[in-house]
Write a protein that binds this ligand. Structure first.
Ligand code: PMP
Length: 448
């Protein structure tokens, strides 16, 4: 740390952040020459590591050719090519892609798209969006209204005026009954959506939002088997649009380009961001199935837009990210090495009396920490375990992504790992080793 005085402010105004000056593959280097292994890709963003030469070149090339042409007047080659690629890779029936600058914007656009589709179809009474308790879908007012995270919402509650309702999350470690199968639990968790739709009146409900694999709020929580198939059935039954937020878990993070490919369901809308631009550019996208776009096409105008949608340099970077993923077989690498990574986490933490759960898919993994493994009782929030792990990890040269849930006692502190897809086996070992040290040290402080 230096004694410089910052005029920039981020989330934590009391922290003096190290000054990051260079990125080299999976490493970030600060102004004092310290190296940090980026085991979370920031927040599941940097899927190709930092300063990937091919992405840097694509950005340079596009900047020298055409940096930006406003979408009120033009489309651009990289936007067209990227959309074509995404549509080809997406589940059946996806025909259109709307490019934005990040995850919150993607979810805002999806909310508005769902709303407009219902209006175009003559069902303007469909105003409610439903999401899950504890969920996070972004920090802009619309996306925050949608989310079910009390801690993030509290300060802004009076401003969160959207008609939104919340239903149960799908979180087997915490909520599956002792004598209940995973499948039965999945169906039970999904049924809370049906109950809510019936309570609100099915004719009033616009859409249901969920993360396919939950990211930041609880740490790489996969759905129970069959959960999303039941959600699909319910949405179909009541004409509710199913939106999967894959801002964090999409774009290859779980071993398939779209996480929902592993769930045997086709949603109506998918939102992506983070890994789409791999941190080299800020870009997000909304993918929509044909019937939705068709409803709007008849009138011809989607009532939405920002200045920087479809930005040519951002699209060129994201297009090259897709090519690198394909050329280097990175989806296969993530699914295979993801299993090895999981086994390494299991051998490092499986016997730890304070690690209650080790979970995730591909390169999207987490451990959940508890005071008592039997009762799954979390450490009190004020113990600050997650923050202590983060500080120790940073001191050891590891960037990981710890969190401590949404409310005291709801669930334990967790640490999310989302390494770059290019991480070598040795780097995965180093991540586990550094994390084990940080967790042990932090537990020593709080469990003493
Ligand atoms: N949805 C999910 C699932 C996310 O994880 C995030 C970011 N953590 C967002 C939406 C918001 O994305 P952004 O920060 O790019 O606005």
């Amino acid at each position: 740390m230096t004694d410089r005085r910052s005029h920039v402010f981020y989330r934590d105004l009391k922290t003096e952040y190290p000054l990051a000056v260079a990125g080299e593959g999976v490493w970030i280097v600060d102004s004092e020459g310290r190296r940090y292994l980026d085991a979370s890709g920031g927040a599941a963003v940097s899927c190709l590591g930092h300063c990937h030469p091919r992405i840097v070149k694509a950005i340079r090339d596009q900047a020298g050719k055409l940096e930006f042409a406003h979408t009120a007047f033009f489309t651009s080659e990289p936007a067209e090519e990227l959309a074509e690629r995404l549509v080809r890779a997406a589940p059946d029936g996806f025909t259109r892609v709307y490019f934005v600058s990040g995850g919150s914007e993607a979810n805002e656009a999806a909310l508005k798209l769902a709303r407009q589709v219902h209006v175009e179809r003559g069902e303007s009474h469909r105003i409610y969006a439903i999401s899950r308790l504890q969920s996070y879908h972004g920090n802009t007012i619309g996306a925050l209204s949608l989310g079910g995270n009390p801690a993030r919402r509290a300060l802004f509650e009076p401003l969160l005026g959207l008609p939104v309702a919340h239903v149960d999350p799908c979180y087997a470690y915490r909520h599956q009954g002792a004598h209940e199968s995973e499948e039965d639990y999945g169906v039970r968790a999904a049924r809370s959506l049906e109950e809510k739709i019936l309570e609100l009146g099915p004719e009033n409900v616009s859409c249901f939002f969920a993360e396919t694999v939950v990211g930041a709020t609880a740490g790489a929580v996969p759905p129970a088997p069959g959960y999303f198939r039941e959600i699909r059935r319910i949405c179909d039954r009541y004409g509710v649009l199913m939106v999967l937020d894959e801002v964090m878990c999409g774009m290859g993070r779980t071993g398939t380009l779209f996480a929902c490919e592993q769930e045997d369901v086709v949603p109506d809308i998918i939102t992506v961001a983070k890994g789409l631009g791999a941190g080299h550019q800020s870009i997000g996208a909304v993918l929509a199935r044909f019937p939705l776009v068709d409803a709007i096409e008849r009138n011809g105008v989607f009532q939405h837009g920002h200045t920087y949608i479809g930005h040519a340099i951002a699209c060129a970077a994201a297009l090259e990210v897709q090519r690198v993923i394909e050329d280097e077989g990175l989806l296969e690498r993530v699914s295979e090495a993801g299993e090895t990574f999981a086994r390494r986490l299991e051998s490092a933490f499986g016997q730890n009396p304070h690690v209650g759960d080790i979970r995730g898919r591909g390169y999207f993994r987490a451990i959940e920490l508890v005071a008592d493994r039997e009762s799954k009782q979390p450490f009190p929030r004020k113990a600050g375990l997650a923050a202590k792990i983060k500080a120790r990890a940073m001191a050891a040269g590891l960037v990981c992504y710890p969190g401590n849930g949404t409310a005291d006692g709801e669930h334990g502190d967790h640490v999310l790992l989302a390494p770059p897809f290019i991480a070598s086996d040795e780097e995965l070992d180093t991540i586990v080793e550094f994390l084990a040290g940080a967790v042990e040290g932090a537990l020593g402080e709080v469990a003493a």
